[in-house]
Design a protein around this ligand. Structure first.
Ligand SMILES: Nc1ncnc2c1ncn2[C@@H]1O[C@H](COP(=O)(O)OP(=O)(O)OP(=O)(O)O)[C@@H](O)[C@H]1O
Ligand SMILES: [Mg+2]
Length: 374
């Protein structure tokens, strides 16, 4: 899919702006604090109704104004779709084809975007919870059952943890605890947990294939990327849901004493992690900044294939400040890798490194919320 035009009214530092885009590559060029990220963000908001930078609508509205509006025309293989979102401090209104969409689910999904920003390096360098969230978000996009299992798991985990704490209190006063209840909660936890782990393992295998291809291309065939799902308990040889469930249950039995001393569950998908190896070296520990950036980028760009597989359309690609840590060769390889598939939007403070770009595109120069076409 492509977006052919965009109109902004009172969005961040844009009073009014009207742009028509190149079908392949659009570069937003400007010095710091001129509005490059704001412009990318407006495309993200048009697609998802929320910003990646803030949950507060008020921040998206130009200082001193009451409402902001973003309009865009989206072209798919067979349709042309005008989309519109109006933001006020109290509410947001969405329209498709000039008709108001009351339900968020009817609006979101019409325009697919993938955003990569410097903060995404946290996938590599951040805490395990960032990687778990990344996995959960990615898989939930393609599987509603996964999301259901995840929610059930979290509810059961909460119940079980609070019962573990109760059991500790009961023991202190010499009261017997309800073994059956504890057993049922453990079984439920293992059952939902095993399904989650199984889905994650299947997904990680796919992700590795896609992301490795990208890493390989961007690094001029120099780097191989491998992913390792690291489980918080020993996984069985045979990775079926049943066998994982049995192994999980066994772990809960074996570690009962430890769990009762901690009052919390230390095993299961909520404690698992993902590791990345570039040419067999753990990139979070030993990787250079450029390697880490390339890996984060490859993982995020793999979403292009994920969304294509799901919808039959390529999403828009929004790359915020992506070039800064990549050398010239990697920048060109990156652009070549994505060219032809997605319509891409890139912010940059300089065209110096991009002078050798082999791809055609449009350059928008941004100065203080005003856009000129170079
Ligand atoms: N609600 C708002 N109303 C008016 N101006 C705003 C609003 N929110 C942010 N700004 C202004 O937008 C500017 C920042 O824009 P943006 O984040 O897009 O910069 P940038 O061009 O991406 O810069 P950098 O290269 O540093 O990333 C700031 O000067 C900020 O004051
Ligand atoms: Mg920026």
């Amino acid at each position: 899919m492509k977006i052919t035009s965009l109109e902004l009214m009172n969005y961040r530092n844009y009073k009014t702006a009207r742009l028509s885009f190149h079908p392949d590559l659009n570069l937003f060029l400007g010095e710091n604090a001129q509005g490059k990220t704001n412009l990318l963000e407006s495309l993200y908001v048009l697609a998802l109704t929320r910003s990646h930078r803030t949950h507060k609508e008020k921040e998206l509205i130009c200082f001193g104004e009451e409402r902001a509006k973003i309009c865009g025309t989206v072209e798919k293989q067979t349709t042309k779709l005008p989309m519109e979102i109006t933001l006020t401090t109290k509410a947001r209104q969405t329209k498709v084809n000039h008709i108001e969409q009351k339900r968020l689910a009817d609006y979101i999904g019409k325009l697919n975007v993938i955003l990569f920003s410097p903060e995404d390096s946290a996938i590599i360098k951040g805490s395990p919870s960032v990687r778990r969230r990344f996995l959960d978000m990615e898989i939930s996009q393609i599987s509603s059952i996964y999301l259901y299992n995840l929610m059930q798991y979290q509810t059961t985990l909460k119940q079980r943890n609070s019962y573990l704490k109760q059991m500790i209190e009961q023991k202190k006063v010499g009261k017997a605890s309800n073994e059956l209840y504890y057993e049922v909660l453990s079984e439920q936890l293992a059952s939902f947990g095993a399904k989650i782990i199984h889905s994650r393992l299947t997904f990680v295998e796919k992700l590795e294939k896609w992301a490795n291809q990208l890493q390989n291309n961007i690094s001029s065939q120099y780097e191989q990327l491998k992913l390792n799902y690291s489980s918080s308990f020993p996984l069985p040889k045979e990775l079926t849901v049943e066998k994982i469930e049995q192994a999980f249950m066994q772990q809960l039995k074996d570690k009962r004493k430890y769990e009762l001393s901690m009052g919390t569950c230390s095993y299961g998908p909520h404690r698992d992690d993902l590791q990345f190896f570039v040419n067999d070296i753990n990139v979070a520990i030993f990787g250079s900044q450029g390697q880490q950036r390339t890996t984060a980028l490859s993982l995020k760009l793999a979403e292009i294939d994920l969304i294509y597989e799901k919808t039959g359309e390529y999403p828009l690609l929004l790359l915020d400040d992506v070039m800064s840590e990549l050398d010239n060769k990697r920048q060109i390889q990156l652009l070549q890798t994505i060219s032809g598939k997605t319509q891409t939007f890139i912010t940059t403070t300089t065209l110096k490194h991009l002078s050798q770009i082999p791809i055609e595109g449009k350059v928008f120069t941004i100065v203080d919320g005003k856009i000129e076409i170079s």
